[in-house]
Design a protein around this ligand. Structure first.
Ligand SMILES: *[C@@H]1O[C@H](CO)[C@@H](O)[C@H](O)[C@H]1NC(C)=O
Ligand SMILES: *[C@@H]1O[C@H](CO)[C@@H](O)[C@H](O)[C@H]1NC(C)=O
Length: 398
């Protein structure tokens, strides 16, 4: 019974897997140089019917990559604050990214271990509308990147910025987390955020207020820790805390001059009245220099050699002094040791030698004679008055 209870959901899961429809496909059209953001929805990941609200407690994570590649294209970034928050794909395509890119997104339901796949077809084209030559970047310290990616806060930022800039057409060009630009993860204190860089473009020139904030004077004040020169009312103020020291303005209204193509010359310099090379060099004699350089060290070396040779050969204290300084008994010991060594060497050379005297027993019985003992070394007979109590002891050594 219990086994059946386990198997039924498994089978149901398998059948659902078999009947799984093709990966869901979405077509999107980012524009080169304009900000693009796509929210990864949780509903398809949970495979809920349309009308059922997503339970916020279900954790879902995503993995996105360019089709046929392990990671995302360079311009596209992925972020998700936690598995219970939505995921975002965002970035700003560059001219090299023009064309079609297919992003595959796998969503993992962390409760049921269910996965779903999604395909995003990105058709990257040129932006419509006029060029946006006036571009400004702001560092917003009061927000994390996920908090400005949804469309509501982003458009609210643009509206608020419109109060500082001529109410012209403002467009988002790029949004980057400050962490990606060398920022630090803040301490987990209420109200501290990572910060986010927001880049905005417009057709109309910068207002004097913005120009003043980004002027070198203002930067100099910032470097000294003083507030920057903000001459107008900060319309972003209560909601967005902009770091006015980190505003950068780029004016692309004047097209950059094309680099001149260098024309190859004939390789010969033109005549230059200020260039006067030294015409003739004085003849110089280097013989003395060479001789001094070579001979002096040679002479010194020779002198030292001679000195050393004299000390070594003529001032040597020789054998005579050594022999005189050694006591006679020491000389005698030395002599004996040498003689014994010599004997051993000779024995080693020839195997058929009589046993060395040092290995013979001291006394031996001479067979067939009435005097029983003689000294092997001297050949002399023992005097007859030798104490006969010692004899057997010596005989045993035969
Ligand atoms: C957008 O910002 C990121 C991070 O600073 C940068 O790498 C990228 O080049 C920017 N994109 C454009 C189109 O400026
Ligand atoms: C902000 O600007 C100041 C001065 O220009 C600079 O020293 C600092 O590094 C900038 N901070 C960030 C996070 O870019």
């Amino acid at each position: 019974m219990a086994a059946a209870l386990v198997w039924i959901p498994l089978l149901a899961g398998l059948l659902a897997g078999l009947g799984r429809p093709e990966a869901q496909q979405t077509t999107l059209q980012p524009a080169v140089g304009r900000f693009f953001v796509h929210t990864l929805a949780r509903e398809p990941a949970l495979r809920l019917p349309e009308h059922v609200a997503v339970p916020p407690a279900v954790p879902v994570t995503y993995h996105a990559h360019l089709q046929g590649h392990p990671d995302l294209p360079r311009w596209l970034r992925y972020t998700q604050r936690s598995p219970r928050h939505p995921g975002f794909l965002y970035g700003s395509p560059t001219p090299e990214d023009r064309g079609r890119q297919v992003i595959e997104v796998v969503a993992y339901n962390r409760d049921s271990f269910d996965t779903t796949q999604q395909r995003l077809v990105l058709l990257i084209g040129d932006p419509e509308g006029p060029r946006l030559p006036y571009q400004a970047e702001f560092l917003v310290r009061s927000h994390d990147v996920e908090e400005v990616l949804p469309s509501t806060p982003a458009s609210r930022f643009l509206t608020a910025l419109g109060g500082l800039w001529e109410p012209a057409e403002l467009q988002l060009l790029n949004i980057t987390s400050a962490l990606d630009r060398g920022g630090r993860v803040p301490l987990p204190i209420e109200g501290r955020k990572e910060g986010v860089y927001i880049k905005v473009g417009s057709t109309s020139p910068f207002s004097t207020c913005l120009k003043m904030v980004a002027s070198p004077d203002s930067h100099a004040r910032c470097a000294q820790g003083q507030p920057p020169l903000l001459s107008c009312y900060d319309t972003l103020a209560p909601h967005f805390r902009v770091d006015w020291c980190n505003v950068s303005l780029v004016d692309k209204s004047v097209p950059e001059p094309e680099d001149e193509v260098p024309t190859p010359g004939d390789g010969i310099l033109e005549r230059d009245p200020f260039f006067c090379p030294p015409t003739e060099a004085m003849a110089r004699d280097f013989l003395t220099d060479a001789l001094v350089t070579l001979l002096v060290p040679l002479l010194v070396a020779l002198l030292l050699t001679l000195l050393l040779a004299y000390v070594m050969c003529c001032r040597r204290e020789g054998r005579l002094k050594r022999d005189l300084a050694t006591s006679d008994i020491q000389m005698f010991h030395h002599f004996t040791i040498r003689e014994n060594t010599e004997e051993l060497r000779q024995m080693a050379a020839r195997r058929e030698v009589p046993r060395p005297l040092s290995t013979q027993p001291m006394f031996k019985v001479r067979t067939g004679q009435h005097e029983p003992m003689f000294n092997v070394r001297t050949g002399r007979q023992l005097p007859p008055q030798v104490d006969s109590a010692q004899v057997p002891l010596i005989l045993d050594q035969r």
